[in-house]
Design a binder for this molecule. Sequence first.
Ligand SMILES: *Cc1c(COP(=O)(O)O)cnc(C)c1O
Length: 390
Amino acid sequence: MKHALALRDTSPAPARDKVPLFDLSYQAERLGPKLNQRIAQVLQHGRFILGPEVEELEAALARYTGARHVVGVSSGRDALIIALMALGVGAGDAVFVPAFTFSATAGAVVAAGAVPVFTDVDPVTLTMDAEQLERAIKRTLRDSRLRPRAIIPVDLYGLPADYAAIENVATKYGLSIVADAAQSFGARAGSRRVGTLAQISATSFYPTKPLGAFGDGGAIFTDDDQLAQAVREIRSHGTRGSGDVAMRLGLTGRLDTLQAAVLLVGLEVFEERLALCRQIAARYQQAFSGVVKTPPQSALLSSAWALYTIRTPDRDNVRARLAEVGVESGLYYRVPLHRHPAFAGWLTGEEDLPVSERAADEVLSLPLHASLEDGQVDHVIEAVLLAVSS
Ligand SMILES: *Cc1c(COP(=O)(O)O)cnc(C)c1O
């Protein structure tokens, strides 16, 4: 703590000591020439929509995750919408989503024509609580206007949700599961990778996600042949193959060839980046345990470390103190979904979501990315220890 006290007495750190929450330079720095080459190839063949790189990426992602089918799509949100449409979810259907997640999880449900029903999260993992889920299903069953149809567990911050417990509930009530794996590409539950943990899974390649493109992108994973066929049709206006007849309603939901080319190169260093993130996360865990609530550690689950998020009742003060010494932090999420104006029209009035509300007041995400240098990690650790003790 001697060091920390010294820090307190000095003026704010100079700008060069700034530690950004995200840093996307790793891929470009490590892979510049390869990226240029891949991009140049796309410009040369000119097949910007569903060019050969999309299929090549889908095959590579299938190999990596172990999923039977992978379909590249336009974004994480579109991946969720397309998955729901492929399952036939629509008007009159209730889809259960955690109240503590990014707004796109529930936004996709509304876009598919269904009704999001908010459920509370587990106080330790902050992912969907299976007991609370069952309570919400029972409540919905008493309301004859809505038919429970599907569940969207979210792999928050990169940690897979409790799919075993959620699947028990899903089976009991005959519901489908769509995994929102936007933050968890690369994570595992036991020996199984994200992409194989649910009937159908949706991920995002938004630049700050674990595997990031240079723009928007996403993918859908499933072992189900019929669902995969439906997903392929829906992403391309509902048409089959190169046909021009819409077999079903679809959307403009394809992954760009250029983004597929970028992702193919990014995938080559993905494990290396993940390993660096794991090492930094381990240092944070050791430094912060017993001081603030740290992300849950589990022998079974491995995180993709999309975000490293601590919890402290003194969150706003800690965040301000970190900013003073150049440590950027983030609030994921500051407002639970049932408090978003966009979803006001879908509330039942029976929302009782204390864990989500408390989490929204306490979470603070710290810089965690492969470009962090040891000295920057030291700086973050010292700054957090000082901030929470003052
Ligand atoms: C990022 C994210 C999405 C949406 O992904 P986009 O590619 O930005 O559309 C959906 N759900 C969660 C949990 C996310 O973090």
